[in-house]
Design a protein around this ligand. Structure first.
Ligand code: PLP
Length: 383
């Protein structure tokens, strides 16, 4: 089996699954990200010997803490897993009898306050641990007094979500300060926010008590990995919930397991990420987006631009805006035509409206030409 952009890797060919072009970002459903040969070699090496997983997590934790500026950390089975563990830690602490009882959180502080505009499809991660979400704010806006009012004796944590196109009610540091004023720990889901590399340290330095990240998005680690970093006591509690080493049964955190290969792979990816020349990588993404913008010039009714520097967008993107005079296929039809191509091309889900955005972070060298040619064909007929 071949595809028009090269031979199909044997493992996929044998299963009859065709590779796609991922111009939609670090989306889990499109494969997250690709691991570098160095990360893969590290994982393979890790698979050749047994180690005490606890000792490995302790050593990995030092690397994670250094990279994030946090006191402690460990490798989890993904950012969703980190969310489960952070919520569990804020409810049960490191008390084995409470850890055993979760997700039944009766008798524990179990209300997690979350800004209304931060509601998203990963909320369930907190509920899996046994927390009840208490939304604050209204219709996408939130005032300090509304956060104050949402907090009470039963509050276990304030959660904050950092994600593309997420609207914030106030600066993170300000919300964290309000929560801390009421002795409520602050947990952050920053799954897909790295790069920029600054986001590895920003939330901790602005007051987060724990932060979770995906390993298999911009950091380039195993797709089934993530990290959890933060305050010594809370990270220790999250770790107890994860392993449930002192309890009598596997708790809610067991599903957050990371293998020795995941741990080593993630640590290797994180170290490589922090050593990366991010400007050079960014310039490569920009060049790819520019090629697409150039190729789509002069089509009436479309405005095709390079968007670079918008913090809501993951890297430089080629964005197609459909103007009033446009009488060709609508954005949904364009997406469908791209998905029907061979290889199938998946683009971004938009952001500010019914646009098409081509995200370069996972576009492999040369694929920008396939994307540009196919888009030209779909948008202006073959030429
Ligand atoms: C991707 C994502 C997650 C889940 O991350 P995994 O590492 O796939 O578990 C959670 N929260 C947000 C905001 C995300 O973007």
């Amino acid at each position: 089996m071949t595809s028009s952009h090269g031979p199909v890797p044997g493992v996929y060919a044998r299963l009859g699954v065709k590779p796609i072009i991922n111009a939609g970002s670090w989306l889990t459903a499109l494969g997250g990200s690709l691991m570098s040969p160095e990360v893969l070699r590290a994982m393979q090496e890790a698979s050749t010997a047994f180690v005490d997983l606890h000792a490995l997590q302790l050593a990995a934790g030092e690397v994670l803490a250094r990279a994030s500026g946090a006191e402690a950390g460990f490798v989890t089975g993904g950012a969703a897993a980190s969310n489960v563990l952070m919520a569990a830690a804020c409810m049960a602490g490191d008390d084995p009898s409470k850890i055993d009882r979760l997700p039944d959180s009766r008798g524990m502080k179990n209300e997690l306050v979350l800004f209304d505009g931060h509601r998203n499809h990963y909320d369930s991660n907190y509920e899996i641990a046994g927390a009840t979400i208490v939304p604050w704010g209204f219709a996408g806006n939130g005032k300090p007094y509304q956060l104050e009012e949402a907090i009470n004796e039963q509050t276990c944590a304030m959660a904050w979500i950092e994600a593309p196109f997420m609207k914030h009610p106030m600066p993170f540091a300000e919300a964290a300060q309000i929560a801390h004023g009421r002795e409520v720990p602050v947990i952050v889901d920053a799954a897909a926010e790295v790069p920029p590399a600054d986001n590895l340290t920003r939330f901790i330095s602005d007051g987060a008590d724990m932060v979770g990240y995906s390993g298999g998005k911009g950091i380039g680690g195993p797709q089934g990995s993530g990290m959890l970093v933060g305050r010594n006591d809370l990270v220790a509690a999250a770790y107890e919930n994860h392993l449930n080493s002192c309890g009598t049964r596997a708790g809610v955190g067991r599903s957050a397991k990371a293998s020795k290969e995941d741990i080593v792979g993630f640590v290797t990816a994180l170290q490589m990420f922090t050593d990366t020349d991010h400007e050079a990588v960014w310039a490569g993404w920009r060049a790819g987006a520019e090629h697409i913008v150039d190729r789509l010039r002069g089509i009436d009714g479309l405005r095709v631009v390079l968007e670079d520097g918008d913090p809501n967008r993951q890297g430089p993107q080629a964005v197609i805006y459909f103007e009033h005079g446009w009488d060709g296929p609508d954005p949904g039809e364009v997406r469908a035509a791209l998905r029907a191509a061979d290889p199938a091309i998946h683009v971004g889900a938009g952001g500010y409206g019914d646009e098409i955005n081509i995200v370069m972070v996972n576009v492999q060298p040369g694929e920008e030409r396939i994307i540009a040619d196919r888009l030209r064909e779909v948008l202006s007929g073959p030429n």
